[in-house]
Every structure is written in C-alpha cells, then in structure tokens.
Design a protein around this ligand. Structure first.
Ligand code: IPT
Length: 959
C-alpha cells in the first residue's frame, strides 16, 4: 500500500488552532516557486537541498497548477473520476513537486516558528532544508509544522510534493473542478516564548427590553497562556483574558448591523488584534434566533473559484464578490462545501453575513453504487472525519458571522457524522449543527433539505411532513420541533431559477421555515479564447475528460466573471429589504405602504423617490424622507399632488426607497425596494374600418403583401419580412430538463405547417394551417385572421390543440424574420432585463431601449434567453429610424436575436452563436415558466403553459 492510501489524515503536523494575525514576526512564502509535474507518485523525491531544479518550470504559489498549463482541469459532479475502491487510488496520480529557496534575514527572531499551509489540494508532503516534516490531507483546511529548529540564516529550501489523489480524495467529492495545487497562502510564523497559541472568544449578547439592537455583552476569552484583554471602546484595559466581563451596554452584532469592537489580546511577547461581535444564537420553540429574534436566511451557496486561476480567489475579487452580494441584499452564505479562505470570514464579520461554515467533506460518489463502503459509516475513517471538523472549528471559531457549523455535504449518513457532531457540541456549544444528509436529524440541530418543492416546504412549515422511515416517535418529534432551512434551492443553472417568489411566501408564512441558500452563487466556467481571440467559458468535457458532467458546473447567479445574471437581479428583488404597496384611487394621490423585512435593523434615514410617467415619458418626480421603520414594521406615506395623467398613454407611478447614507457596500441612494402602480390605463384608439384585400400574384392587404400559396406575410410597406407563423418551441433551458424528453419525442423542434386555406374575404384575409410534427398525430389547428386599418396590420390568431397534449408547451406565439438592420429596439413594457412567467418580479413597466445584441443574455451554455415581458409596444428600427412597430393586444412577450432558436439550441458555447442575415423575432402569447428542474422542482402549475385553445392578437406597422 502506498502512503497516499493511508487513512490517517496527516502526520507530523501541529494540533489545530485559531487563525489569527499577531505582532510576531512572519514571512509570506507566496510567490514564484519552481515546479515539476510528474504523471505518477514514483518520480524522484523533491526534498534534497542540493537537488538541481534549474530546469523546472516556474509556478506562482498559491495556484491551481492545471490553470497554468500543467495538466488539465477536469469536472465531475457526483461520480469519482477513478474506480471506487477505497482507499486505493489510480496509478495515474498527477504529482506536482514545488520548491522554493528563500532567504531569512540574520536578525529574524529565533525560536519556535511555524510553517503554515492554508490550503493544499489534496495530499501534501513537505521537506524543509532536506528534512521531511510530514504530510497532510484535508485540502481546504490549514496545516502547520514546527520548523524553528530547521530554519537557518541565509538560504532555506522548502519542497512540497502534492499528489492529486489520495485516500482523502474519497472525502472530497464536491461538485466542482478537480484542481490540485497549493492554492492558499504559505507562511512562516514566529511563535515567541509566552506567545498565544490559541484562543476562543465567547461574546454573548442579551438584548435589552426596549431596544433589541443594544444590550448586555458577556465576554470571555479563553487562552492557552495568561493574556490581557483590552477593548478601548468598552473601557476594558488589561483585563485577565479568561475571566468573564459583564459589559453594561454594547451593540449586538447582526448581519444587518455588523458591529465589531476592536480589541487586543496581549502577552508580554506578542499582541493579537481581534474584532469582537456580540451575538447569541439560540433555538427557541423550534425557531432559530440570533440575539433573541427570528432570522430569515436570504442566502447563497458560495464556492471558491476564479475563471482564470481556479481555486485561487484574489482578495480584491473576494471583496468585490461580497460587496455585490450585500448590494443584492444577500444576507447569508453557506460555504459550500468546505471552509473558505479565512479572509472571506473576516469580510463576512465586517460586512455582515450569516455564515454556515461547512466542513470539507463529501463522499457523494459512493451513492452511485448504493452507498456501499461509504466512509461515513466506517470507523476506520473516524479520525479523518474528526480531524476535518476540528481543523475547521478551531480555525474559524472566533468569527461572529458563523452561526451554524455544517458537518459537510452529501456524504450519506453514518457513525462518523455522529462523532463529528458530538465533538463539536462539546467544543462549541454556542452554535447549532447543520448537516443536510442527516435526514432523520439524529445528529443535527436544524432540519435541512435541498431542492424541496414548494408543497413539501409548506408541509414542513405546517409540521405536517411525513415521518422519516428510520425515526421512532421521539426522533420524529425532535425533527418536527426543529427550525427548517433549505441549504440548497433555486437551481440557478442557465436561465432561471423560477418560483422564488413562492418560496419567499412560504418562508414568511411559516415561522419554522427560515429561508435558505440559492444553488449557487457562481458559474464555474473557465475563461478561454478562440483562435481569433473571442472570449468564452469552458465547462466539463471541454478538456477531454473521460468522464464528466458537462455544464452542470455552470449553475450560478453570476457569470464566471462575476457579472450578475438575470437570476441574481430577480433574487435581489425577491429579497429586497423594503416591500412597497399602494392604496387609494383618488386622482393625484396615492398612499404608499412601506414594509421593512429587516429582522434586526431599523431602517433609518431612507428617502422615497417617486416618478410619474406616461408611456415611459416622465410627467413629474419628487422625493420625500422616510420616517424610521423598525425591523419588520411598516409605515404609510401619502403622496399628494401627483401630476395628472395626460394623453392616451398608460400612466404609472414608480416608487423606490433608497438609502440616505453611505454604507460599506453601497453609496447613499442604493435602492432598497421599489414598486409600481398604474394610475391610468392606455386608451386604445378605435380602429378605422378595415380595407378589402386585393388578390393577384400577391395578396395585398393594406400595407401588407402575402404569399397566396401559404398565406405568409412577405412584406409590409417597404419592409421585407417573413412570417409571422406559429411557433411553439424554445431552445431548451437547463431547467427544462423535466420536459425535454416529451418535447423532443413530440417533435416540437421540427414542426411543419400545412396550409389548409388562404381566403381573401371582404374584410381581410383568412389563413388556416395545421402545425404538426412528422410521425405524430397530434397537431395545432391555427387560424390567422388578418385585417388592415390604414397603415396598421392586425392579426388575430386562434390556436386549437388537436389530439393529446399531456405536457406543457415551451412557448406559444408568432415567429417572424426581419432585415438584420432593424437592430435598435425600444419597447414599453417589462424591463429592463429579461423576465419569464415565474421570474418577473424585477421587471418594471417603463420604456426601455437596447440593441438586439444587448437583449441577449450570454448564458455559458446557450439556451432560450432575453425575453422581455408584458410588452405593450415595441419598435425595431435601423439606424435611419425605419423599421417595424409591433403592438400586443394588450401585451406580448418579445425576444429578438440574430440567430434562430434552432441555432441557439445547437450551440454549445457562446462563441458558436454567429449572426445570420436576419433578426428573428418571437412575439409570444406566453412562454412556459423556468422552474428549477435542472436539479429540483419543475415549473409550478400556475406558470405552466398548457396546450389549450387560445386566441391572441398582434398588430404590425411599418415605420
Ligand atoms: C447538490 C449538491 O449538494 C451540490 O453540491 C450540487 O451538486 C447541486 O446538487 C447541483 O448543482 S446534490 C443533488 C444530487 C441534489
């Protein structure tokens, strides 16, 4: 047996302890190292001081080496990319030898010094100056070696041999790229005599009766050596650290108001700067409370990934990412599925997030063979499991942002989870324990599920969920009495998720349902370029992997470069802290009701801005201060003297509530909530009497010219076009997974149009077709009734399904092709971004403009996108202002692109999408919703597009 198959988690390293920075001397060993990649573990060892590494490559540390041209990334979700034969690993075991020669100054302090690795993926053997220190596993966990006795003034040689595969790989089957390397910091830390090795901050909070944001703090810091605590702001100076201090009045720490107190822990030889947040997590009557109040988790699952660097996330990227979350009102992060870089937790303390810190543990691939030999239930692996938990808890215990410890992800269930939970409860009774895989909730304090449907969440909210088969009465009652979270929901793969509004309603209806975490924050696409320099992102299978899970790795709310996707815009709207409603109908006034969804913070200093617009043209605007709103409270404001609607257009009052002061994440003026109410509907002009058609080689009807053989419109005024024709298909989205097989078997992507009748009547043109796919007997009987009124061409379309349609339709509407030059789009309707039936809360009614190119959402894996909802009218114009105006009656759903749905569906990457010589316009009566079906529930019934008889109307006019 090879040493990489040892079940021991590590050898030769120090006990785990808190991560902290101190005044003691330290030296970062990050930088350019020498690097050699070998295909197996048999390559000559790299530890000898005199080894000649001059012909090795240079590699930055920290890094994921496949991102620097050494080997390749590979992606699998659940399955192990090697035979499941624990603890054996394949002969092909990429082995990266890293060497650094570094100089130590003569005047550096001598004595105890620790060499610290914050993260090495996955098995690391270490030598310093020719002496082997030991080895470690636990990729996302720190490991430290005692090295003072080996260091010398002048040149020192550090060698690290990293094997991609080890027994521990069986514990690290998270859904992400396999990316070996020393991907976090490497540091030398001097440990002065009498210095601190470890400390544990206990900072509890008891809210006062009159104001829950302030209260009594109880502070105690356990240290391994006597130390003095000073908190200048609280008047604490040189207090013996281990003795509790009752602090009269402090402000509590919450994700909404992350109040931190700067403190110092001092011994005679070193000082450690810490930041204390006073807060108490508790579960009372089955509800998770912080500082005595129920919290609602408006969270995301966050992986650590960078499209160019792999597992290395530069600090500025991390900060930008968390600031974006704050700006989008995200208040919680699950560190899926491993402890993050410590900097992330420091930022979470500072900016304010509820954090579920998750252990670096997943054995999902055992599920492929029915969980046989799952390490989770095998006592041989207990040390490895416990070591992972200890290293996480000890490292992270002083972060106030962490409110739950998570035992890991998707590892089945077994005795080793029990051991982890037991140890953790003993070590840190202040935080409840989470683990989704413990379905009976034997070891955990919080009931957690992933991808539960709305109906299931509702049942859980009513404490009416089915009993777990393994649970006796006591266990069943225990679970039923627990708070509930969705550790994953809303699968943000590609276009989607839909249905978030209805989850929010459940979280607000049932006290027990305390929110959850969208899966997931980020698309893990790898940035690449075509030969001619066009950027795109690669996913599983793009690196020649023998086994892979394709684009399941791109399922985030932000694109790989962290630009927000429409899913994030929608989520931000769903969780906006200020909810706006309207009352009153009197002309010139409305009552605006503002409801704060903050759990702790009082909303103070905010400003309400209003705007009245007709057809998107502003009639008036103003602002008014918002009185303070307590957490969970409401106020009403009367807006009077609003401008009176003018003209025939549709008139809307739009209101937003904006922050009045700068915060750490957004300048004053940041929108905390918005809403709209219609002040006056549009007055549609009465259509003039229809003109009669003139039949000849073409049928002329008003400005329209129709082909007499198939009744298809070929021209409108000077404009040549083709269509409109009925269209029922969309380029499937990832979340269409539950329907794809039906749609494909039904041939919805290859429908034929048989002309049944083209008849000029006194008042217009009647065209009847039957739309159906080869080999199937079901079809859609379609009637187009065309009339012309001056320069306006109107079509009333009736669709009657024939035969059995036991599945929803992707879309139902008209499709037409226009000249490519009509690329400037202006519309009055929902916008500015894309929206679909079950993901349209972020769309407001206004007038918007965009180019056809700007209407596209560049999902990493191309699919239906860019729909603009509830469009009253739109113009598509060329640069000279000529083109087409379309109107819904009353509205249409609109997509416009430079390629057909077929080409969109055939594309595998964004760069496969090449403009053709037309703009393809879909004017839909409706589209099927989005749902979460790529990994979770399908579209809610109310957002399904059922095949039913329907009539809709569209009007066209050449401009
Ligand atoms: C769930 C995993 O926990 C998560 O890591 C990710 O893979 C997600 O699914 C899908 O993107 S597990 C799934 C089988 C429910």
């Amino acid at each position: 047996m090879s040493y990489v198959e040892d079940l021991a988690p590590r050898v030769g390293s120090l006990p785990p302890r808190a991560a902290f920075a101190s005044t003691a001397w330290s030296l970062s060993l990050n930088g350019d190292w020498k690097f050699r990649l070998s295909p197996t573990i048999d390559a000559p060892e790299p530890g000898a001081v005199d080894l000649d590494d001059s012909d090795w490559a240079t590699l930055p540390v920290p890094s994921s080496w496949p991102m620097h041209g050494h080997g390749k990334p590979s992606y699998t979700n659940v399955k192990y990319p090697f035979p499941v034969d624990p603890p054996r690993v394949p002969d092909e075991n990429p082995t990266g030898d890293h060497r650094l020669t570094f100089d130590l100054p003569g005047d550096r302090p001598v004595g105890r010094t620790v060499l610290r690795f914050d993260g090495v993926d996955s098995h690391a053997r270490v030598w310093l100056n020719g002496t082997e220190l030991g080895w470690s596993t636990g990729s996302r966990l720190p490991v430290e070696y005692e090295v003072g006795h080996l260091l010398r003034a002048g040149a020192n040689v550090l060698a690290v041999r990293v094997h991609q595969w080890s027994a521990a790989s069986y514990l690290e089957d998270q859904d992400m790229w396999w990316l070996p390397g020393i991907f976090r910091d490497v540091t030398l830390l001097h440990r002065p005599d009498g210095g601190l090795t470890d400390f544990f901050v206990h900072a509890d909070f008891e809210p006062s009766e009159s104001d829950h944001t302030v209260g009594t703090g109880l502070l105690r810091i356990d240290t391994d050596v006597p130390a003095r605590l000073s908190v200048p702001e609280l008047g604490i100076t040189d207090h013996p650290a281990g003795e509790p201090v009752d602090i009269g009045c402090v402000t509590g720490w919450t994700a909404e108001q992350p109040r931190l107190y700067a403190a110092t822990l001092a011994t005679d030889t070193e000082q450690v700067a810490i930041r204390i947040g006073f807060r108490t997590v508790s579960i009372v009557d089955g509800v998770l409370l912080v500082n005595g109040r129920r919290i609602l988790l408006r969270g995301v699952n966050r992986h650590e990934f960078h499209p160019d660097l792999g597992r290395v996330v530069p600090e500025e990227t991390l900060r930008a990412e968390l600031l974006l979350m704050k700006r989008c009102h995200v208040n919680a992060i699950r560190t899926s599925h491993y402890p993050p870089d410590s900097r992330m937790l420091a930022l979470a303390d500072e900016l304010g997030f509820w954090v579920v810190d998750e252990c670096d543990l997943e054995t999902h691939g055992f599920g492929v063979d029915g969980w046989r030999r799952n390490p989770s239930d095998d006592p041989q692996w207990t040390d490895a499991y416990l070591d992972r938990m200890r290293r996480m808890v000890e490292r992270d215990k002083n972060h106030p942002s962490i409110i739950l410890w998570s035992l890991g992800n998707e590892s089945g269930i077994g005795v080793n989870h029990g051991a982890m939970a037991q140890w953790t409860r003993h070590r840190d009774p202040s935080r409840p324990i989470h683990y989704e895989g413990d379905h009976a909730c034997r070891h955990v304090d919080v009931y957690s599920r992933m991808y539960a449907s709305h109906a299931e969440v509702d049942a859980i909210g009513r404490h009416a969920e089915p009993r777990h088969p393994d649970a006796d009465d006591a266990l069943d009652a225990r679970r039923r009495g627990m708070p509930f979270v969705l550790c994953e929901y809303g699968h943000a793969m590609g276009n989607g998720p839909g249905g978030l509004l209805e989850y929010r309603e459940l979280f607000e209806r049932h006290p027990r349902c305390q929110g959850g975490f969208i899966w997931e924050w980020l698309d893990h696409g790898i940035r690449s370029h075509t030969a001619d320099g066009r950027e795109y992102f690669r996913y599983g299978g793009d690196f020649g992997e023998e086994l892979h899970d394709g684009n399941f790795i791109v399922d985030g709310l932000v694109f790989p470069d962290r630009t927000p996707s429409p899913g994030l815009v929608e989520f931000a709207k769903i969780i906006e802290p200020v909810r706006i409603g309207f009352a009153g109908t009197a002309p010139g006034s409305r009552t605006v009701r503002l409801h704060s969804t903050y759990d702790h913070a009082t909303l103070a200093g905010a400003v309400l801005r209003w705007r009245v617009a007709v057809d998107g043209e502003q009639l008036g605007a103003g602002e008014t201060p918002v009185p303070p709103i307590p957490a969970g409270g409401s106020v009403e404001l009367a807006l009077t003297d609003l401008p009176a609607p003018t003209g025939a257009g549709e008139c809307w009052l739009t209101v937003s509530v904006e922050s009045g002061t700068d915060t750490a994440w957004a300048a004053a003026g940041h929108v905390l909530g918005d809403g709209q109410t219609q002040l006056a509907p549009a007055h549609r002009p009465v259509l003039v009497a229809p003109v009669a058609p003139r039949a000849g080689e073409v049928i002329e009807l008003g400005a329209g010219r129709f082909d007499p053989t198939d009744g298809v419109l070929r021209g409108l005024g000077d404009l040549s076009l083709s269509g409109p024709r009925l269209d029922v298909w969309r380029a499937p989205i990832d979340n269409d997974k539950p329907y794809r097989a039906d749609w494909s078997a039904a041939g919805l992507h290859r429908m034929h149009h048989r002309t049944a009748e083209v008849r000029a009547t006194a008042a217009g043109l009647l065209v009847r077709t039957r739309v159906a796919a080869a080999s199937r007997d079901r079809g859609l009987a379609v009637q187009y009734r065309w009339t012309a009124h001056d320069d306006l061409l109107r079509v009333v379309v009736s669709v009657v399904p024939e035969g059995e349609w036991p599945f929803p339709l992707p879309r139902l509407g008209l499709r037409l092709a226009l000249p490519a030059a009509l690329a400037r789009v202006t519309w009055f309707g929902g916008g500015p971004g894309e929206a679909y039936a079950d993901s349209r809360q972020a769309a407001r009614i206004d007038r918007f403009s965009a180019t056809v190119d700007e209407l596209q959402t560049p999902y990493v894996f191309p699919q239906e996108n860019g729909n603009r909802t509830a469009v009253r009218w739109a113009t598509l114009l060329d640069d000279a202002g000529h083109g087409l105006r379309v109107e819904g009656a009353p509205t249409v759903e609109l997509t416009a692109r430079r390629w057909t749905s077929e080409r969109l569906a055939a594309a595998r990457h964004t760069v496969d999408l090449v403009a053709d010589d037309a703009i393809h316009l879909n004017l839909d009566h409706a589209q099927h919703g989005l749902g979460s079906g790529s990994c979770g529930p399908a579209v809610l019934p109310r957002y399904e597009l059922r095949a039913e008889p329907v009539t809709f109307e569209v009007r066209l006019r050449a401009i």
